[in-house]
Design a binder for this molecule. Structure first.
Ligand code: DGI
Ligand code: FE
Ligand code: FE
Length: 188
């Protein structure tokens, strides 16, 4: 899929704020690809499309989990965990995206996983540090990426913050979130 077509799809489907977030993730991801020798075209496409299913109807998302034979465990979670895998399935089966790296980056953008590809890592981090984000500590994360160039450390820190936030709010933690946290814990 070409960039222009991806932008059109997302612009037509998502509210303006979410569309703008998606474009900032893509721009941040391209900058990171320059820095870490990633594939700028792939990360740009994945960045544009990563939140495509963010506001899809939950019942429809559950139907798609069955239709496209996604992990049945996803049925115990809400759209926050589902929107990545569902967007990847829609892009693969309904919009003809064949690039596995782009699909994986969309699929795993919320939870991360162990042994991420460079494209996945870039999208996972760019989603967290794009210039519109203002969560506490995000500036340190930007420094860690753009000055210190510590990609895996940033992944661990983001996973840790996410897990802390989820525990504090009594949310269920999806196994891949923990898998990512443990894999990128550089102390082990
Ligand atoms: O879609 P975005 O808002 O740009 O960002 P995202 O896809 O990274 O995250 C969406 C939400 O998902 C975020 O508020 C944290 C939540 N989340 C991440 N990991 C888990 C999770 N929620 C649950 N219940 N379990 C997880 O493991
Ligand atoms: Fe998302
Ligand atoms: Fe996002």
């Amino acid at each position: 899929m070409k960039k222009k077509r991806a932008i059109k799809l997302v612009e037509e489907k998502l509210p303006k704020k979410r569309f703008e977030h998606s474009m900032r993730v893509a721009e941040t991801a391209v900058k990171m690809a320059d820095l870490f020798n990633g594939d700028a075209e792939k990360v740009e496409l994945a960045g544009i499309l990563h939140d495509y299913a963010k506001y899809d109807d939950l019942a429809l998302m559950y139907q798609l989990v069955t239709k496209y034979e996604l992990d049945r465990e996803l049925l115990a979670y809400n759209s926050e965990i589902l929107h990545g895998p569902v967007a990847a399935a829609l892009m693969k089966y309904e919009h003809g995206i064949e690039d596995v790296e782009v699909l994986q980056a969309i699929f795993n953008h919320t939870t991360g996983r162990k042994q991420m590809t460079l494209t996945e890592k870039i999208i996972f981090v760019a989603d967290y540090i794009e210039p519109g984000r203002n969560q506490p500590g995000v500036d340190e994360m930007r420094t860690m990426i753009f000055d210190e160039k510590k990609l895996d450390k940033a992944i661990y820190d983001i996973s840790k913050r996410t897990v802390k936030f989820l525990l504090e709010n009594d949310k269920c933690i999806y196994p891949r979130t923990i898998e990512c946290l443990n894999y990128y814990n550089l102390e082990k």
